[in-house]
Ligand binder design. Structure first.
Ligand SMILES: Nc1ncnc2c1ncn2[C@@H]1O[C@H](COP(=O)(O)OP(=O)(O)OP(=O)(O)O)[C@@H](O)[C@H]1O
Ligand SMILES: [Mg+2]
Length: 351
């Protein structure tokens, strides 16, 4: 059952279309990430949801009721801005109380709710501080408490972790995710960081040029990218130029793969580097295994894995081996193998 429903949302600025026919159904309690490169329309989508800008076309519904043109303060959405947007002259407690004061709640109730919200984000005792007296991570949590205190029907987070250092960002990801789960808040969060998207949500909607290119569970987006753009944007991939052989199968680096080639047009075969293995040239390919031959250009130790760059008849590719496994010597002739099912074929001109 869908709780938050976007249907055919569109927004133009001048003659540029920032959001183009976006439809999305989010279940109650679900967390969905909007993932995409800069300028693809993520913030614009969130701002339409929050009621900060009006869509040109399309509808927004919550629990069946249309809210497309409802003013922001009547939507009950919690919005955490990328910049936190805390009021610098107000204490932590007053910052968190803001939404409740705006709604004219009684003082005693406000005090109790603020205390609860601060406890939830583990900031109890810091009520009297000003934002400038807090660390970045603490300010982030004040912004989160301010969004949560109104018991929003939907929580909107816009790149809220991008100003934090790597360690704090990781801790906050887990913290926000567990609060979101514990409270069962329907959440839409925007990021251009794929690790954040993969770890913080139930489903990912990958956006490209104002449209949703693919929506699915993190594993699905990673393992079965629907378009070339998704394959390139989420995770690493070798994009290997290939041809159609006389038998209709893929020809790659002078080898025939057990894989049907598209009927026309030029295309590339996409394979994740960590799904490839390096084996001796003498080892024949098993059934359902793709295999090409090449020479090792170099091996680079990158901590938890070794990157091996291999050059063959049709170009170069990278294989990611777990570190600890013996890396092949530079200059040695090797074969690179992978399960044929790990290959994805995408037309070269496709968006
Ligand atoms: N108020 C505005 N007036 C004109 N153009 C705008 C306005 N707001 C956004 N745009 C344009 O709309 C497109 C989408 O912008 P948006 O802010 O939604 O991108 P985004 O996906 O959030 O990007 P980022 O990751 O950089 O934050 C961009 O090309 C942007 O320049
Ligand atoms: Mg943005």
């Amino acid at each position: 059952m869908s709780y938050l429903e976007l249907a055919g949302l569109q927004k133009r600025f001048g003659n540029a279309t920032a959001v183009d026919d976006v439809s999305l159904s989010v279940a109650k309690g679900e967390a969905v990430a909007l993932l995409g490169p800069s300028g693809c329309g993520k913030t614009t989508t969130l701002r339409m949801l929050a009621g900060l800008i009006e869509p040109d076309r399309g509808t927004i519904r919550i629990d069946g009721a249309e809210i497309t043109r409802l003013p922001a303060h009547r939507r009950n959405m919690g919005y955490v801005f990328q910049s936190y947007a805390l009021f610098p002259h107000l204490s932590v407690a007053r910052n968190v109380a803001f939404g409740l004061e705006e709604r004219g709640r009684p003082k005693a109730e406000i005090a109790r709710q603020v205390e609860e919200a601060l406890a939830l984000v583990r900031l109890s005792g810091l009520d009297a501080r000003r934002p400038r007296e807090l660390s970045g991570g603490q300010q982030q949590r004040v912004a989160l408490a301010r969004a949560l205190v109104i018991h929003p029907s939907v929580l909107l987070l816009d790149e809220s972790l991008s100003n934090l250092d790597a360690k704090l960002r990781d801790a906050m990801r887990h913290e926000i995710r567990s609060i979101q789960r514990a409270l069962g808040i329907t959440t839409l969060f925007v990021t251009h960081d794929q690790v954040e998207a993969l770890t913080m949500c139930d489903r990912i909607a990958v956006m490209h040029r104002g449209r949703i290119a693919q929506i699915g569970a993190p594993e699905e987006i990673y393992e079965k990218p629907a378009t070339r753009f998704v394959a390139e944007f989420v995770g690493r991939a070798n994009a290997l130029p290939a041809e159609r052989g006389p038998d209709g199968q893929v020809r790659l680096w002078n080898e025939t793969l057990a894989l049907a080639a598209p009927a026309d047009g030029s295309f590339d075969v996409f394979v994740r580097p960590q799904r490839m293995r390096i084996v001796p040239v003498s080892e024949p390919a098993g059934p359902d295994t793709a295999r090409v031959a090449g020479r090792v250009l170099r091996s680079v130790f990158v901590g938890d894995h070794v990157e091996v760059l291999v050059e063959g008849a049709g170009g170069q590719l990278t294989v990611e081996m777990p570190s600890g496994s013996p890396a092949p010597a530079e200059g040695s002739e090797v074969a690179v193998v992978w399960p044929a099912t790990e290959s994805r074929v995408f037309a070269r001109e496709a968006p």
